[in-house]
Design a protein around this ligand. Structure first.
Ligand SMILES: [Zn+2]
Length: 386
């Protein structure tokens, strides 16, 4: 019997919230970071390692899994949890972001988005209803509603049109989700009867469009709400400003998820603005490129200065990589193209992100989040952005 969706705010410290999210496959302590498992795998590491690092929820990509191996195959295997051998909660995105950023030639109509698969060029499509169907077959604990994503920068007219379409699609996506969960729709069997669905706030960097999106999405009614369309290239102060502005209007009783964010200091700064959930490819993707996050800021392990550096990647880190290996060894593995370089670097970076969230949660509990934030930001040097 699946647990019912629930969220409890345990304590607050300024704008920061310490919460507990109850999902069909378990409890997630918030603020939480969700490692990204694009193709049913967190790149570079095994799921046993991800579990040992303390991740309580991971993210799967609807677009990728729909194309390969297909949601129908995964449903026959018993759903995504059974297929992957992962028993903790999973969130699936709607596929919207990938359709708009990754797919080949696409045609957007009010009804659906027709696109070419990036794998073989074949014609595929997703609609608000089919994105709900795919996620019902996958059986994630949290499904995301299908939205239209815009690039940055974007004109106000383009942002307004995409936001309005996202609202119309949210009405359709929610109706289909409710038909699936209540059993009125019988053509698709949900793999997880306890699935929840989150709405997505759009509106690019225009505050009045964000306000309109919040009002419309909340009136449709979802278990919780995500802030989408940020961290797409806008300046950091704009990201923080829009996040704080939007989060403050979302219902306080529901968790708030900031999609695709971010750098470690972004997490700290956005928790301060009321965000409860994050996901980002940075810790895993950058690990494979040799970038290791530390409390003093990221380092590039390929640099010659580390060739004979016997210290661990981060002297303050207690992860399995730092307990056993030096920067010199990690640099050697990277330069030699060893597969274990990706694995060891990913373990460290995921540990750093998850441990930062543990520190944030503890600080909020003890009512000293502001001190934690100041200490973190004082020590952390952000690299120059491109
Ligand atoms: Zn480490």
């Amino acid at each position: 019997m699946a647990a019912r969706f629930g969220f409890e705010v345990l304590s607050e410290n300024g704008g920061a919230r310490r919460g507990r999210l109850t999902l069909a496959h378990g409890v997630v302590e918030t603020p939480a970071f969700m490692p990204v498992g694009t193709q049913g795998a967190v790149k570079g590491v095994t799921l046993a390692q991800v579990e040992a690092l303390g991740a309580e929820i991971i993210l799967g990509n609807t677009y990728h899994l729909h194309l390969r191996p297909s949601d129908a195959l995964i449903a026959r295997a018993g759903g995504l949890h059974a297929f992957m051998g992962w028993s903790r909660p999973i969130l699936t995105d709607s596929g919207g972001f990938q359709v708009f950023s990754l797919a080949g030639r696409r045609t957007v109509s009010e009804e659906r988005v027709v696109f070419q698969s990036h794998l073989d060029g074949s014609e595929c499509w997703l609609s608000p209803e089919s994105a709900a169907d795919v996620q019902a077959r996958l059986g994630s604990d949290i499904a995301m509603v299908f939205d239209e994503c815009v690039k940055w920068p974007v004109t106000r007219d383009e942002a307004a049109a995409a936001m309005q379409r996202t609202l119309r699609w949210a009405t359709r996506g929610r109706a289909r989700f409710e038909a699936l969960s209540s059993g009125t729709a019988t053509d698709v069997t949900p793999s997880n009867p306890g699935q929840a669905q989150f709405g997505i706030i759009q509106g690019a960097t225009f505050k009045d469009l964000r306000d309109e999106s919040v009002a419309g999405t909340v009136s449709i009614g979802f278990e919780a709400y995500a802030i989408g369309g940020l961290s797409v290239g806008e300046p950091t102060d704009v990201l923080y400003d829009l996040t704080g502005h939007t989060a403050a209007q979302l219902p306080p009783a529901a968790p708030r998820y900031l999609m695709g964010v971010g750098m470690p200091d972004d997490l700290v700064n956005c928790v301060a603005r009321g965000i409860d959930m994050f996901d980002c490819v940075l810790p895993t993707r950058n690990a494979r490129n040799g970038q290791l996050f530390t409390r003093r800021g990221p380092i590039s392990i390929k640099n010659a200065q580390f060739a004979e550096d016997s210290r661990p990647a981060d002297p303050d880190c207690s992860c399995p990589t730092c307990r056993a290996h030096s920067r010199a060894y990690l640099r050697h593995l990277y330069m030699a193209g060893e597969m274990s370089a990706a694995a060891l670097n990913t373990v460290h970076n995921l540990h750093f992100y998850l441990d930062t969230m543990r520190g944030i949660r503890k600080a909020i509990e003890f009512g000293r989040f502001d001190d934690f934030k100041q200490g973190f930001l004082d020590a952390y040097t952000r690299p120059q952005r491109d």
